[in-house]
Structures are given as structure tokens and as C-alpha cells.
Ligand binder design. Structure first.
Ligand code: ZN
Length: 320
């Protein structure tokens, strides 16, 4: 019996200006910069990781920051929307906070009885805050954020995949242990493991929509959580049996990864929970300095010379 997939591990998107990206996610959304490193496949550019206090799997939004990247377009074959979980009572707080930050948000009509606040980041990335009951996971929000802890983003709520047709993707999701839990118009909702926030994916069947173009302001891939290396290898075998071209295991230092494309075109990853972000710097210092994997450490001087300087500002707590 293969260990179940536990939910969303992380979402990786593309940004342009790294400082603007850092300011938005730490100062406006109140996430913690949990790792400042480079794109291991393109070490002249940043890979910035944001998350809760510890960078727990299920809270991690990461960015490849490519200063010269053109603006992309969300569409078919992509993660179209990344949604975070907030308490239902915090929607008005966030509506006002985002407006004050120059990021007006719109309330969508209620979806599966939940209220949704929709906005974009400075690069145009589609984001949502979903207000719902049961969103309180104590002790995980970043204590030093400028957002009062009772309103803080704790983790993801879901990702929404935009697909031309949904059957093949649904079939793969079911192989991965997801089950269909809802349907509203052209939206099909699947849960995995315990289900609910962080263990949920919506498949939006938009056969008329144009294909997306992956560049700044779009999602590059979504990673799903596996408990350990053994579970990952077992899942890799299952995927190969499904005739999906999964990569060999790749060491990402903070987790181990395999990648494959789901039938609708979205790049999926399976990432292990361990070892996590406190593996190369103390938990209280996460994100403060540039960390490099051992194989890039000999090139540190050159890498630091190429990377644009960025500065992490100390947040000022808002009373709430
Ligand atoms: Zn990834």
C-alpha cells in the first residue's frame, strides 16, 4: 500500500523584480521569507520561498525571479489560481488591507458556500483568499509579520487547474488518491487525504479558453506532499505504470522532487516533507542570508556579483 499524498506541498510561480516580489509577499501578505537561494537550474537568478513561520509544507509559495521576464498569461494547461486559507471573519480585514496597499480585491460570488477575495500580485499572478470555518491552525503563522496573527494566512486553501477537458486529469487525480467532492458549473472539486484546506484542487473545465503562456505572473508548477523518500519512489513507480514520464528523484536540498506533466499539461511535482528549511540555517534566521547548495558554494562570489541586491525590511505590526 503506497503512503497517501498528503496535500499541496508548494506552488512555484514566476516573478520579475525580486525586490517588489519580496516586499509584496512579506509586507502585504505577511508571509515569511523562509529561504533566499538561487534557481538551482539557473543560478544567476533568485529562488525565493515564502511560507508560514517554519515554511511548513502546505504553506510554501516560491518564485523564480527573472527581472527581464515578459508578462505571461494564465490559461488552459496551467494552475490558473492559487488560493490561501483565512478565517471567514477576516475577509473585511483583508479587503481593506489590500486596498490600502494599492491592490484592490474583488469578492467573487460565493463558491461552495465560501466567500472568496480575488486579487493579483504585482506581476499579475492570480491569487485568492478563501474565508472559511476550520481555518484556524494555531501556532503556524509568522509571529513577526505585520499582519495580526488572528487574520494571518496559514496555508494554501487550494489550486485551480484550468483544463480543456477534465476526464483525463480527473482520472490521474483519482490514481493519486484524490476523490471528487463537489461540482459547481464547470468547476470540479477534488480532495486528497484529510481533504479541505491545503488538500484540495479544483479543475476548471474551460474548453473555449486560450492556452496559457508561462512567464512572469503565472504558475510554473504545483508540488504535492509525500511523507518521505520511500513513498516518493512508490508513487514514481505508480506514475510510470500509468505511462507518465516522471523524472528521476532530484535533490532540491529542502525536499526531494520528481516532476511529471498531468494529461492537461500542468507540471506536477511530488516533494518530500523532510528535510525542510532549517537544514542549512537556524529556524530563527530563515531567509536572512543567501543560501546555496553545496555544489554551487564554490561559485558564491560570482553568483553574488550577478544577483541584484535585495533587502528584507523589518515589518511593523499592525494592531488588529
Ligand atoms: Zn517545486
Amino acid at each position: 500500500m503506497v503512503q497517501p499524498i498528503l496535500g499541496i506541498h508548494h506552488v512555484t510561480a514566476i516573478a520579475s523584480d525580486p525586490q517588489r516580489n519580496l516586499d509584496f509577499y512579506t509586507e502585504v501578505l505577511g508571509l515569511r521569507l523562509v529561504k533566499r537561494t538561487v534557481n538551482f537550474d539557473d543560478p544567476g537568478t533568485y529562488h525565493l520561498y515564502f511560507g508560514d513561520e517554519a515554511g511548513s509544507p502546505g504553506s510554501i509559495l516560491t518564485f523564480f525571479a527573472w527581472p527581464m521576464a515578459a508578462r505571461g498569461r494564465a490559461g488552459v494547461g496551467q494552475v490558473e489560481i492559487t488560493s490561501f486559507s483565512i478565517p471567514a471573519a477576516s475577509l473585511t480585514f483583508w479587503e481593506q488591507r489590500l486596498l490600502a496597499a494599492g491592490t484592490p480585491a474583488v469578492r467573487s460570488e460565493s463558491r461552495f458556500d465560501e466567500e472568496v477575495l480575488r486579487f493579483t500580485d504585482p506581476d499579475g499572478l492570480n491569487l485568492e483568499l478563501v474565508g472559511h470555518s476550520g481555518s484556524d491552525v494555531p501556532g503556524r503563522a509568522w509571529r513577526d509579520a505585520s499582519v495580526p496573527v488572528q487574520h494571518a494566512i496559514r496555508r494554501f486553501y487550494s489550486v485551480t487547474l484550468c483544463e480543456q477537458g477534465y476526464e483525463s486529469t480527473a482520472d490521474l487525480l483519482e490514481t493519486m488518491g484524490f476523490r471528487k467532492v463537489g461540482e459547481q458549473g464547470n468547476r470540479f472539486r477534488f480532495d486528497v487525504g484529510q481533504g479541505g484546506a491545503g488538500a484540495r484542487v479544483d479543475v476548471l473545465c474551460a474548453s473555449e479558453a486560450p492556452f496559457g503562456n508561462i512567464a512572469a505572473g503565472t504558475v510554473h508548477h504545483v508540488a504535492w506532499r509525500v511523507s518521505d523518500d520511500e513513498a516518493q519512489l512508490a508513487w514514481r513507480k505508480q506514475l510510470l505504470n500509468k505511462r507518465l514520464n516522471a523524472t528521476p528523484v532530484i535533490d532540491r536540498c529542502y525536499f526531494h522532487s520528481i516532476y511529471f506533466r498531468e494529461p492537461g499539461g500542468v507540471l506536477f511535482e511530488l516533494a518530500t516533507d523532510p528535510p525542510g528549511f532549517a537544514t542549512d540555517e537556524p529556524a530563527e534566521k530563515l531567509g536572512e542570508t543567501l543560501k546555496l547548495p553545496p555544489w554551487l558554494e564554490p561559485h558564491r562570489t560570482k553568483i553574488e556579483h550577478v544577483l541584484p541586491p535585495i533587502q528584507l525590511h523589518t515589518p511593523v505590526k499592525e494592531s488588529g
